[in-house]
Design a protein around this ligand. Sequence first.
Ligand code: NAP
Length: 541
Amino acid sequence: MPADKTNFHDAIIIGAGFSGLYQLHQLRDQLGLEVLVVEAGQDVGGTWYWNRYPGARCDSESYYYSYSFSKALQREWRWTERYAEHGEIRRYLDHVADRFDLRRNIRFGTRVRAARWDDGNTLWEIETEAGETLTCRFLITAVGCLSAANVPDIPGLGGFSGQWHHTGRWPHEGVDFTGKRVGLIGTGSTGMQAAPVIAAQAAHLTVFQRTANYSIPSRNRPLSAEAWAEIQENYDAIRTKTITSSNGHPFEVFDKSALDVSPEERDARYERAWAEGGLGFRASFNDLLKNKAANDTASEFIRRKIRAIVKDPEVAAMLTPSDHPFASKRPPVDTDYFETFNRSNVTLVDVKAAPIQEVTAHGLRTSAAEYELDIIVFATGFDALTGPLLAMDIAGQNGCRLRKDWAGGPRSYLGLQVPGYPNMFTITGPGSPSVLTNMPVAIEQHTQWITACIAHMLAQGFNRIETSLAEAEAWGAEVNAAAHATLLPLANSSWYLGANVPGKPRAFMPYAGGMAHYAQICAEVAQDNYRGFTLGRVPGG
Ligand code: NAP
């Protein structure tokens, strides 16, 4: 502990979303540590605090997009819909914060500007944007994977006379689209959720699409009393399935190749999955993400659906993806997305054929035409995984800087720790399964592992843990190999690869070897005396 104990904490956690809240609960209430959470927003919620755009809801199903660590919490919280809307998820996290009395250790409205490792004193110094300095033994980033908004640098945006908003920074008071001409840029998960809701309110919606995208209908519905009773009865089995699966969802993967059944059986399976809705479509066969020919059958099925839904054949052709296999980019699920293009107040513009050139005072100009708009909505995604970490100026041992060390792509051991940055843990960091899973499953695994690791250190009298460049490089090779055993790298413009942000190094960032397999590796590392980490006690700490 430093001589000046003011502002010293055993651990500082950055972020009060799903991961920060649970990490706080564990370190404070299980280990008895003195913990501070610093959060830029004015309340808990993380991604759900910021993403309040029309149509925002989770596309993992509510009853398993939730914490599993407390059975009492699981019993008392009643989800109302198959897919929870953003407000309901915030209410849930509010409830969690109150139920576990977490707010007293969270400082809201506090954004971290920089963090610096003090080797002599074995502690981290955190500098907030308000200029305050805090110190801690352990620094834990719980900053989310998709929290650094990506607003494209389009000339003229500053001179736009209307309103513009990025979906990930949506105004809390909402945006009234009534009678407005709205332009929506982006057709990923977010744009596909927002378009139908905006179209229902706006005078006119123009969707600017660069890449056509696959989507599966969500089939959202209220959770009936019977459905809820069944979930409650089966919760243990559901949770077991999520942690033993490859992506944190309790889906039963049909254990056959799409190529090993007749075309009739294949289509019947796809039809059933389409009617059931949601990300479970990927579980129709066991090789959709591994075998291109198998994947082609699913991709083609969805293309046929798009052509059947969209009445204008030219618009349908524009909406039909052809440049990447289904699910090689994160697959969206939607409510009436393709149907929206049958509305008379919706226009689709292909901005790959005619790129956006500038924002004018009154709208958008592409190389082919000008569009008058009152509101522009940027559903243009995020500087994923590394962006939220690199938004802070993090300095490690011997003056190393994360921004410099990761200039060629992230280097991390297990996505948990970066060489050169002792005592810093990155929850769902690059190199871990994170975004390839149902996030709460990845978050619970990481935070529990970190808690057990710190408990072990305390029990052994250790005050320092670090990994090495060799370990990070070896793990990086595993991450790369795992990605290349799938079709994921075939999507050239995917944010998994960093390809959506100009100038970002191309590296496949999440670990694609499967959640259960990854958790097993982490458990073995811990059992094997934290293999790949060096733990010790140094003076000064
Ligand atoms: P995204 O998947 O990165 O999609 C961004 C969209 O904006 C793409 O269509 C992209 O086109 C387009 N775009 C980006 N820059 C552009 C430019 N300069 N000009 C024209 N178009 C541009 O972002 P997202 O939709 O926000 O989704 C990100 C991730 O957040 C999802 O994949 C998912 O993991 C998560 N998410 C989850 C939920 C949920 O329900 N759980 C909901 C929303 C989002 P290109 O494809 O050509 O790059």
